[in-house]
Write a protein that binds this ligand. Structure first.
Ligand code: PBG
Ligand code: ZN
Length: 325
């Protein structure tokens, strides 16, 4: 037989020689939830992931860094009492995210890449990602200055990359302009460029106490029936000044990761979201799947589709359990 594909699969070394995809710690971004309280509480639907205080977060990041995990994404989880219809909390220099960023940068400086999620839903009493009118409409343009100010607070605290996840139109341009006006010309923007609405973010909303109190997010997050819509929006984000683009959720959108990879030269990030993580953990607990291996194969598939980097709650496990090194 002239063609025997199995020749190149005969040993681990041979398979390594012809391997096309690499997964390294540098490709991973660990997600963190930070709350203003002292101490950590595990999130029931996300085994191994905690709502952690600022000091606990710094300690955890120190351990992660020693294992080679240099990248993280922070979500703030303010107290319910701090929430308001206008999300005023996000403008506070003493808010939990500015405090955490300052502490991390003081401890680890440029060894660490700190990315912050920029969105109002954690700080609004109604749980929507933008301001809401009396009629219950999620307002686009009035939300932009608040998002930009939130991003500025993160940049002032030392964030390397700010990452708007709200899905308002024009927010990348608004953030870029305010950062530049204030001298933060080197702070990068990772735009949640393609973000579908639906059930994939359930465990996250439990963790972040950020579920909408009425309605849903379908007037701002994308319709999962659409692909062109997302590609078009992603290219607009580049025009507005996004430095990096994100696609989420990851596995249901491997087609979009692949297509966006062809459509732009910008670095591409995929977000392996909370329920992608939680469903693997749940099935593993039931004994139905090998969770470690399955999680690793998820991450590999996302890289193979074309993502340069992956936000995942499994980054720490991946290095601790030696799936990657
Ligand atoms: C905030 C935000 C969400 C996620 C990232 N940023 C929740 C949402 O849009 O409701 C989801 C991430 C995950 O599920 O892990 N807007
Ligand atoms: Zn939001």
């Amino acid at each position: 037989m002239l063609n025997r594909s199995r020749r190149l699969r005969t040993s681990a070394a041979m398979r390594n020689l012809v391997a096309e995809t690499d997964l390294r710690p540098r490709h991973l971004i660990q997600g963190h939830f930070v709350h203003p309280q002292v101490g950590s509480i595990e999130i029931s639907s996300m085994p191994g992931i905690c709502n952690a205080g600022v000091e606990d977060t710094v300690r955890q990041v120190e351990k992660d860094l020693k294992r080679g995990l240099t990248n993280l994404l922070l979500f703030g989880v303010p107290d319910d009492a701090a929430k308001s219809p206008d999300a005023a909390y996000v403008k506070d220099r003493e808010g939990v995210i500015p405090q955490t960023v300052r502490a991390l940068k003081k401890a680890f400086g440029s060894d660490l890449i700190v990315i912050t999620d920029v969105c109002l839903c954690g700080a609004t009493s109604h749980g929507h990602c933008g301001l809401v009118s009396e009629e219950g409409e999620v307002l686009n343009d009035p939300s932009l200055p608040i998002l930009a100010e939130m991003a500025l607070r993160h940049a002032e605290a030392g964030a390397d990359i700010v990452s708007p996840s709200d899905m308002m139109d024009g927010r990348v341009a608004a953030i870029r302009a305010l950062l530049d006006q204030n001298g933060f010309t080197s702070t990068s923007i990772l735009s949640y460029a393609i973000k579908h609405s639906g059930a994939y973010y359930g465990p996250f909303r439990e963790a972040a106490h950020s579920s909408p109190k009425f309605g849903d997010r379908k007037t701002y997050q994308m319709d999962p029936r659409n692909a062109r819509e997302g590609l078009r929006d992603a290219l607009l984000d580049i025009e507005e000044g996004a430095d990096l683009l994100m696609v989420k959720p990851a596995l249901p959108n491997l087609d979009l990761i692949f297509r966006l990879r062809q459509a732009t030269l910008a670095p591409l990030c995929a977000y392996h979201v909370s329920s992608e993580f939680s469903t693997v953990k749940a099935a593993d607990r039931l004994g139905w799947v090998n969770g470690d291996q399955l999680m690793f194969e998820h991450l590999l598939a996302i890289r193979r589709a074309g993502a340069d980097m992956i936000v995942t709650y499994a980054a720490r496990e991946a290095v601790e359990k030696g799936w990657i090194s």
